[in-house]
Design a protein around this ligand. Structure first.
Ligand code: ATP
Ligand SMILES: Nc1ccn([C@@H]2O[C@H](COP(=O)(O)O)[C@@H](O)[C@H]2O)c(=O)n1
Ligand code: MG
Length: 208
């Protein structure tokens, strides 16, 4: 049916479907294990994982005109303007055939939240919050060894301050709406996933 439509009409239709796609936000401190648990959730529950940070890093690698600006913001541990990040998320959702998205590391501030909700028109089903001490998160980040430009002591310190100042108010906002599900992320990976599974059970296993 979609094939009968012109590409621009198809794009408009897919965007209007976005509002009906199920979204869950993963939203926790740097190094708490979001990416690690997302891989498990994708494998067991058939979600599409969209990491805002990964999308921004791919944008830098692609040599886009915004790449240099994004690169310097990430190295400073600051937050990239919402219009850029929301556009990348929107494009990734439109391209996907899936209806279930895990949106990792987003919204990082109220501006992110408002601009995304403006496009999507609905709020997330729930927000998963991984509770972990800053000391443990720093230990994990410094041991990650994935060559990330922001995994150094100076930038990590700035990322934590930005998280406290700009991101925690967003968690509080969703908490006031009863949407935050908190998980103890200080445990070993498989034990954290056992708690994650309990929450996701209601979404059923990945389709065969
Ligand atoms: N429960 C855990 N126990 C010990 N190590 C963990 C745990 N979860 C993740 N790790 C390790 O910690 C590091 C950071 O994990 P991950 O990349 O998943 O964090 P993140 O929350 O996505 O971080 P960021 O916000 O920087 O993207 C990785 O090396 C990962 O293997
Ligand atoms: N909504 C977002 C998400 C991320 N960033 C920038 O990317 C950095 C890395 O993000 P991770 O989730 O992969 O840790 C982050 O520190 C920000 O600089 C952003 O600007 N907006
Ligand atoms: Mg990550």
């Amino acid at each position: 049916m979609l094939q009968c439509l012109s590409p621009s009409r198809r794009m408009v239709l897919r965007i209007s479907w976005l509002g009906r796609k199920l979204q869950l936000y993963l939203f926790c401190g740097p190094g708490s294990g979001k990416g690690t648990q997302c891989s498990n959730i994708v494998e067991h529950f058939g979600f599409t994982h969209l990491s805002a940070g990964e999308l921004l890093r791919s944008e830098i690698k692609s040599g886009s005109e915004n790449g240099t600006m994004i690169d310097s913001i990430i190295k400073e541990g600051k937050i990239v303007p919402s219009e850029i990040t929301v556009k990348l998320l929107q494009e990734a959702m439109v391209k996907s055939e899936n209806d279930k998205f895990l949106i990792d590391g987003f919204p990082r501030n109220q501006e992110n939240r408002l601009s995304f909700e403006n496009v999507i028109k609905i709020s997330p089903e729930f927000v998963l919050f991984f509770d972990c001490s800053e000391e443990e998160m720093v230990r994990r980040l410094l041991g990650r060894n994935q060559g990330r430009a922001d995994d150094n002591v100076e930038t990590i310190r700035k990322r934590f301050r930005v998280f406290e100042e700009s991101s925690l108010p967003v968690v509080q906002y969703y908490d006031s709406k009863g949407k935050v599900k908190k998980i103890n992320a200080a445990k070993p990976i498989l034990e954290v996933f056992e708690d994650v599974k309990t929450i996701f059970q209601s979404y059923g296993p990945k389709a065969a």
